[in-house]
Design a protein around this ligand. Structure first.
Ligand code: 13P
Length: 264
């Protein structure tokens, strides 16, 4: 299966100059490699850096994702502060991160708002990296699979709405399993735990629709150059969504190399 390594830059770096330098460093390091990286690489800069980064990576193997879009309209409208799916696509994004726990936590993104964002994204032909995962308290209470089922039910709701979404959903959906307690903490679940959770996610999606039987499921949460290989060798883990370690060329490419070796 194709593997994916996606850098979620969050609200980093501080300046457009630094964002440009990071991309330049990445492209130079990729060019200098003796063999091509075998996984699909993607970066998700903040909205303010998206257009410039997209221009820089045009014609390369890197893809660009946006970190958020408006729930209110996929195109234009009186929604101060929002960027629409059409606008981020016009700026060069081909994918979008949705459902990230930081957006759920700090922006109170609800199930309904996420369905709206998901349908806006799909209407504009963006691929969606849909993030799910349990908190520490939910993990301690053994509720991981219940939480995931609830979060994944959004995909079922979307299918039931039978929206006009153009290309098949199976080609435009990735799931990122990110336990909230593992994000930015240096704590990670065991590979066996992640593997079992991913198996559950894949079975659940296949139960929604046969079309979704082969959706890739990525792991996110404190992935770094040292632990990437362990995750990459598990057949249930189809890639990584990387925060902190994606802000340094060496660690991001080390993770890409680990998953590239396990790409088919
Ligand atoms: P860290 O890799 O910094 O833990 O962040 C993970 C994440 O939230 C990616 O979306």
């Amino acid at each position: 299966m194709q593997t994916w390594v996606i850098g979620n830059w969050k609200q980093n770096p501080a300046t457009s100059h630094e964002a440009g330098a990071l991309v330049q460093g990445l492209l130079a390091a990729i060019d200098a490699k003796s063999a091509p990286i075998a996984c699909q690489l993607m970066v998700a800069p903040s909205s303010i850096h998206l257009a410039a980064v997209s221009t820089q990576i045009k014609g390369t193997l890197l893809l660009a994702a946006a970190q958020d879009i408006s729930a209110h309209s996929d195109s234009i409208g009186a929604y101060t502060g929002d960027c629409s799916a059409q606008q981020v696509a016009d700026a060069g994004a081909t994918w979008i991160l949705l459902g990230h726990s930081e957006r759920r936590q700090y922006h109170q993104e609800s199930h309904e708002a996420l369905i709206q964002k998901l349908s806006c994204a799909l209407k504009q032909n963006l691929g969606v990296i849909f993030c799910i995962g349990e908190t520490q308290a939910q993990y301690d209470d053994d509720q991981t699979l219940d939480v995931i089922d609830e979060q994944l039910s959004l995909i079922k709701d979307l299918l039931e709405q039978q929206l006009e979404i153009g290309n098949p959903l199976s080609e435009r959906l990735l799931i990122a399993y990110e336990p909230v307690w593992a994000i930015g903490t240096g704590k990670v679940p065991t590979v066996a735990e992640v593997s079992a959770t991913h198996q559950h996610i894949k079975q659940t999606l296949a139960g929604f629709s046969a079309e979704l039987a082969n959706i890739s499921v990525l792991y996110g949460g404190s992935v770094n150059a040292d632990n990437a290989q362990d995750f990459a060798t598990d057949s249930m883990i189809d890639g990584a969504l990387v925060g902190g370690a994606s802000l340094k060329v060496e660690s991001f490419l080390a993770i890409a190399d680990a998953f590239g070796q396990n790409s088919e």
